[in-house]
Design a binder for this molecule. Sequence first.
Ligand SMILES: O=P(O)(O)OP(=O)(O)OP(=O)(O)OC[C@H]1O[C@@H](n2cnc3c(O)ncnc32)[C@H](O)[C@@H]1O
Ligand SMILES: [Mg+2]
Length: 195
Amino acid sequence: MSSIVLASGNAGKIREIQAILQNDQILPQSQFNVVEPEETGATFIENAIIKARNAAAHCNLPAIADDSGLAVDALGGAPGVISARYAGFGASDQANLDKLLEEMRDVPDAERSARFICVMVYLRHALDPTPIVAQGVWEGRILRQAVGENGFGYDPVFWVEQYQCSSAQLAPELKNALSHRGQALRALSQQLAGL
Ligand SMILES: O=P(O)(O)OP(=O)(O)OP(=O)(O)OC[C@H]1O[C@@H](n2cnc3c(O)ncnc32)[C@H](O)[C@@H]1O
Ligand SMILES: [Mg+2]
């Protein structure tokens, strides 16, 4: 099997994806000095395709990309596709999380529902006209303060009802078993196995 380039610059995602797929042929795009493209899509799937196509073209290899984010009901689905740049272009995870807590300050407990969404795309090559696509959704609620050290991004403010803790308090294997990314990756793997 040839190598597959993983079209992400997010170390937290890369860690989770490699733990789930356990395939040493899947190589992060940083190893090929891929320049990250602008994520100009209005949807997760558009952005995932933009990232996968960019990496596949640069490396002349098949590519996998993950576009994901947090959709908060009380904010009309924000931050959504702009989750990585909610507090501005190049914003840190901490700045994005602080902005979310501020926006949610006056939202009552009963109205704090939210979900993580992940769309994974596999392109056989840059001009592949039939991308393989899989999606995962993980329901939760937005806490009033950050708690937990694991994960990345918005994990410290994402309450997981089933385990009565934040996503950042879950062991990495358990987060992968439950998460939007884990769901999407398992669905993608099944489709790839059927090719
Ligand atoms: O585009 P790449 O290079 O993959 O890295 P990115 O961090 O920019 O990734 P996205 O464009 O898909 O933006 C997704 C953002 O949504 C958030 N996010 C996605 N999945 C998450 C998770 O499992 N836990 C916490 N936050 C998550 C996190 O802040 C990400 O930066
Ligand atoms: Mg991004």
